[in-house]
Design a protein around this ligand. Structure first.
Ligand code: UDP
Length: 493
């Protein structure tokens, strides 16, 4: 007897536990749950549910079928401090393997309670680093779709790097052309993503596991939109047999001030104060400087950045995250007289800023960014040109896309030098020059601004009805429904 046809989808979302990974997945959960006959469950831990709860709650209240499924996190069992449930809460990188071990233990905890998930999930959508979900998907015979959190530009670059192995022979700092790409992009080995630059055997093992599970995945969803990187999307889709869906920019699914502000973490500044401050500045005049959720720039390097913001003469918002060296920075801020000197022109935010709220304010005219992919897309959506200062991972590749392919940014560093004895690689003069390049009102600056504004308009259109990302979500849902129906019709042996 043939089973009934499947017309409902229940997505089980499994984000990696770090803000740059969880935030876009939560946005995706809201996006999916807005579609008819779709239910979404997000697997997380108690403290993350508290942290991201407010952003989801307003949608639950409005009737969207989306919820958290909480699994206790084995922090202390793995030698982590109590309450350490997120990558950005790690006291130091030496605990990264303990964190991975704790994350892996979530598999058993989920599977013990899998049967309580109703209706039964028919798709796992998981972060690429939640590799254990590959086994879970196989065990319950449901497709696993990967959310990688990065662009098709990065995917394609990585694919061709692996295939060609050009980087193997290269000295650290000699530029070479990235193979197989539609544009001519030069990079050095030192600037390649972590998978090509790791030093430990444990890291190598983890990277190989990610690659292996990725090759078995049903498909991939990308937080990007086709118009942003058309050629790269096309090529990457070809490589993946068509099963690639660009659904972004996901941040645009926060369209009111409270959604923009609640996203990610409680902010360390009063939103109203921040908005009033921005209101008091000229349109397009403010530089917003933020290095994401986990980069910890050394205090001497932060001081160079602060001096550059001051010397740029632009009004600025400076988000400072100095982690366990925050005291040193505070000391400098007060003893050097910096905070007093910039009082009228600068707003300092410690730790966590309402980034989306700030970027979408018309006074912001430039974004000094570490080039994390979420930040890049948020800058694109806001239509502001970027001052790029990549730090690690795939951020150097993102910089190439912003500066060389899209033409909406200027780099802080063109030729990277070595760190000095104080941990400074980039001098304030270089940062100031890049800020001035982007903020200037001459022909070059105007051209860059125009391009950035135009991209912002295209980004917004992509998620509207009839837009490319909106359409891709329809295709993804259709594909999964067809798949679920094929599976359900298979005769039981
Ligand atoms: N973010 C924020 N306020 C902050 C720092 C970061 O809202 O003070 C958000 C930012 O909007 C983005 C995410 O955190 O959505 C950071 O992700 P990204 O990929 O840019 O960088 P990562 O933190 O992963 O390096």
């Amino acid at each position: 007897m043939a089973s009934e046809s499947v017309n409902q989808l229940h997505f089980l979302l499994i984000p990696f536990l770090a803000p740059g990974h969880t935030i876009p997945m939560i946005d995706m959960a809201k996006l999916l749950a807005q579609r008819r006959n779709v239910t979404v469950t997000i697997v997380t831990t108690p403290l993350n549910a508290i942290r991201y709860g407010p952003t989801l709650q307003q949608h639950i209240n409005s009737g969207l079928p989306v919820r958290f499924f909480q699994l206790p996190f084995p922090a202390t069992e793995n030698g982590l401090p109590e309450g350490c449930e997120s990558g950005d809460a790690l006291p130091g990188l030496h605990l990264i393997h303990n964190f991975s071990a704790a994350v892996d233990m979530l598999q058993q905890r989920l599977e013990q309670r899998f049967d309580s998930l109703k209706p039964r999930p028919n798709c796992i959508l998981s972060d690429k680093y939640m590799t254990w979900s590959d086994d879970t998907a196989a065990k319950y015979e449901i497709p696993r779709i990967i959310f990688d959190g990065m662009s098709c530009f990065k995917q394609l670059s990585t694919h061709h790097l692996y295939a060609s192995k050009v980087f193997d022979e290269m000295p650290e700092s000699e530029p070479f052309v990235l193979p197989g790409l539609p544009d001519r992009i030069e990079i050095t080995r030192a600037q390649l993503p972590t998978e090509f630059n790791h030093s430990s055997a444990a890291m190598h093992e983890q990277i190989e596991r990610v690659r292996e599970t990725e090759s078995r995945a049903y498909g991939m969803v990308i937080n990007s939109f086709e118009e942003l990187e058309q050629e790269y999307v096309k090529e990457f889709k070809k490589l993946k047999g068509g099963k690639v869906w660009c659904l972004g920019p996901l941040s645009l699914f926060n369209n009111d001030d409270s959604g923009k502000s609640l996203r990610g973490s409680s902010t360390s500044v009063d939103d109203q104060h921040c908005l009033k401050w921005l209101d008091s500045k000229e349109p397009g005049s403010v530089v917003y400087s933020c290095f994401g959720s986990c980069s910890q720039v050394t205090p001497p390097q932060l001081i160079e950045l602060g001096l550059a913001l001051e010397a740029s003469n632009s009004p600025f918002i400076w988000v400072i995250r100095a982690g366990d060296r925050a005291e040193e920075v505070e000391k400098w801020l007060s003893e050097s007289g910096f905070e007093a000197r910039i009082e009228d022109r600068g707003l300092i935010i410690r730790d966590w800023a309402p980034q989306l709220l700030i970027l979408s304010h018309p006074s912001v005219g430039g974004f000094l960014t570490h080039c994390g992919w979420n930040s890049v897309l948020e800058g694109v959506c806001a239509g502001v040109p970027m001052i790029t200062w990549p730090q690690f991972a795939e951020q150097f590749l993102n910089e190439k896309l912003i500066v060389q392919v899209l033409g909406v940014g200027a780099p802080v560093v063109v030729h990277w030098g070595l760190e000095d004895e104080f941990g400074v690689t980039v001098k304030s003069e270089q940062v100031k020059t890049a800020i001035k390049t982007v903020m200037q009102v001459g022909p070059e600056g105007n051209e860059r601004r125009k391009k950035a504004q135009a991209l912002g308009v295209v980004a917004k259109k992509a998620i509207e009805e009839g837009g490319s990302s909106h359409h891709n979500l329809t295709l993804l849902i259709q594909d999964l429904l067809e798949h679920a129906n094929v599976i359900s019709q298979k005769p039981l042996i």
